[in-house]
Design a protein around this ligand. Sequence first.
Ligand SMILES: [Zn+2]
Ligand SMILES: [Zn+2]
Length: 140
Amino acid sequence: MKTQSSIRRMTRQRRLLLDTLDRKNWHPTADEVYRIVKMKAPRVSLGTVYRNLDILSKEGVITKIEEAGSQRRYDGNPRPHYHVHCLKCGAIADMPDEAARWLNIPKMELPDFKITGHRLIFEGYCAHCQDKEEMDGKGN
Ligand SMILES: [Zn+2]
Ligand SMILES: [Zn+2]
């Protein structure tokens, strides 16, 4: 059973995490979130941050971005949206909302599978890495 004070502590930690993630076009890893939260609440542990981020994403309050071969990231924006991933530095940015309309993925039926959604990541080079490409003379 949870005591009143542990519930209060949980609420405070959630608030802190949501405030930290409340920035547009920002997709930090749990470690990055932890570093910022720690400045405001020095006693919070990395485990607590991980656990609460997981709970918040399960509740649909935030978005969890999982991609094979790279660290899990979090997004304060809970609405479904696509991301673009820089092939050079790994930066992640939001795709414009129109991206969903360009794709217009139809609902699919598979006999042995119940499809609940899909994940898609666009790839390219961020502004910073594009500049570098040009300076190196490797641009197309
Ligand atoms: Zn980049
Ligand atoms: Zn996003």
